[in-house]
Design a protein around this ligand. Structure first.
Ligand code: BG6
Length: 516
């Protein structure tokens, strides 16, 4: 249950007292995302007045080491435009560390004692936000151990609202397939209540992803045409220029489909396709999103062959730099069957979207880092221009650019000045940064802030995770039973395999950006 807060309040206030307990406190995620986000929240006075950060990790550090490494980490961010001074001021006496093994009860008992001390010293009132910044194989165990140590029990007041709250944030991947996702969800459900689980998807922390809802539902002009009568098809692209980087141990078992589609891309799809929620209450929004996923038509096995495309990059040049092929990357199996590119054609079987294809694609080592949603509208009736050079008018496109240049643009036709009728496409553009300026954000600030408030609107509910895996199961099964024979099948720095171009070409369409 969320506190009384609209996502669009102008002057947010700091959340109530709490301790943030980070499991995996010495890891990459903590350093790259969590500390910078806390630093940003501190700079905007959006950390609780009474708070503490407690690190939990296997590494044998003491409190002073942890405080030093945390402060050094935050200070290093100054170069990237963060304001570490605010954090330094607020961190005084508020950083704690507990060494422990994620799988052994002893560390959790010690954590419990430490948290009692923290409550006394920092006034954190027994409210704990546990952040599991650990490899996913520990999620179930940590939550079970926390519950066994009595650290997840909330204390309700007479009004039935918890006067002491305990929440757990977990990071994707939420399982590897439907079965493992269900197993994880079963373990979580046996230990804590679903209302205490905050499944983070950092895409939902991105300004422009959140803006999708505002754009659609705070404007009267788009909703009437946001349907099968006016929309020809929708494209969602999440393209990355990076390769597998240092993440082969995870990626070479996950691949592009598992890594990006059930979480980030399906969240974007749901925001684009959902009906208006009756309020911005967490469950009102999540109810609408899940309806979209439930309406996605499952692919039959034979359709997987025509509606799903996979690819793997070979060596090539990305942004002028030579990169090695995926199979030559450190930690990757030399004959790896794992895809670094995936594209799907999906249908949403409801009255709004019947017969409107949604084409989605994501990949590594593509020519540009760009995430965008493109709404392609139906062609105008062409009668008027039948006998002119304007007969082949391109369609109107509404481009919602999620990153890196967050903004919205609308493409339409105008007449070129002159005595004959010649048309030219032009673009009307809104660029977030130009209008509102920019400042360094990680995308985790809103999510951490919301979790402290207990607002789970931007977090994935269990049914979303389950349905997402259900949709993808036929693709995973067919791909598993038919190992790819053509890998590697695209050159790094190109827009994926030729089959991705053909996926749209067969329907007389083309991706907005590039092709092979
Ligand atoms: C992560 C994926 O969830 O998202 C990565 O595991 C991917 O493989 C990353 O690179 C992309 O995030 P962003 O914010 O850079 O688009």
């Amino acid at each position: 249950m969320s506190e009384d807060r609209s996502p669009f309040v102008e002057n947010p206030t700091p959340p109530g007292p709490c301790a943030i307990v980070i499991f995996g406190a010495t890891g990459d995620l903590t350093r790259r995302k969590l500390l910078p986000s806390l630093c940003n929240l501190a700079a905007r006075d959006l950390l609780p007045k009474d708070y503490a950060v407690v690190g939990f990790a296997f590494d044998k550090l003491d409190e002073a080491d942890f405080a030093k490494s945390t402060s050094d980490g935050v200070r290093a961010l100054a170069a990237e435009g963060f304001d570490p001074a605010a954090w330094d001021r607020l961190a005084q006496g508020r950083l704690f560390f507990q060494q422990g093994d994620f799988e052994q009860p002893q560390g959790y008992q010690q954590l419990k004692e430490l948290l009692a001390t923290v409550d006394r010293q920092c006034g954190t009132a027994g409210n704990y936000l546990f952040y599991l910044a650990t490899p996913p194989r520990f999620f179930g165990t940590i939550v079970e151990q926390l519950a066994a140590a009595g650290l997840t029990a909330e204390i309700p007041t007479a009004l039935n609202l918890p006067s002491v709250w305990r929440r757990v944030i977990i990071e994707k991947p939420f399982g590897h397939d439907l079965e493992s996702a269900r197993e994880l969800n079963r373990r979580l459900a046996a230990a804590i209540d679903e209302s205490q689980v905050f499944r983070i998807d950092h895409y939902l922390g991105k300004e422009t992803v959140q803006n999708l809802m505002v754009f659609r539902f705070a404007n009267g002009i788009f909703e009437p045409i946001w349907n099968r009568r006016y929309v020809d098809h929708v494209q969602i692209t999440v393209a990355e220029t990076v390769g597998v980087e240092h993440r082969a141990s995870y990626y070479d078992h996950a691949g592009a489909l598992r890594d990006m589609i059930p979480s980030h891309i399906f969240q974007v799809l749901a925001l684009v396709a959902m009906e208006s929620p009756t309020s911005f209450d967490d469950d009102a929004v999540r109810d609408e999103k899940i309806k979209v996923l439930r309406a996605v038509r499952p692919l039959r096995d034979d359709e997987v062959l025509t509606h799903a495309v996979r690819g793997q990059y070979r060596g090539g040049k990305v942004a002028g730099e030579q990169v090695a092929g995926y199979r030559e990357s450190p930690g990757v199996r030399p004959d790896s069957p794992v895809e670094t590119f995936a594209a799907l054609k999906l249908h949403i079987d409801n009255w709004r979207w019947a017969d409107v294809p949604f084409y989605i694609r994501t990949g590594k080592c593509l020519p540009e880092r760009i995430s965008e949603v493109v709404i392609h509208f139906k062609r105008a009736p062409l009668m008027l221009f039948r006998d002119t050079s304007a007969a082949n008018l391109p369609t109107n496109e509404l481009i919602l650019q999620l990153q890196p240049d967050e903004g919205i643009s609308l493409r339409f036709q105008v007449k070129l000045p002159g005595i004959t009728v010649r048309t030219s496409p032009v673009e009307m553009q809104f660029c977030n940064k130009d209008l509102f300026g920019s400042w360094p954000v990680t995308g985790y600030e809103t999510l951490l802030y919301d979790a402290m408030l207990g607002d789970s609107t931007l977090f994935q509910r269990v049914d979303f995770v389950d349905t997402a895996w259900k949709i993808l199961t036929p693709v995973l099964d067919v791909w598993q039973s038919l190992p790819p024979r053509s890998f590697p099948n695209y050159i790094a720095g190109t827009w994926g395999p030729k089959e991705a171009t053909e996926l749209l070409a067969r329907d007389g369409r083309a991706w907005r950006l590039g092709s092979t």
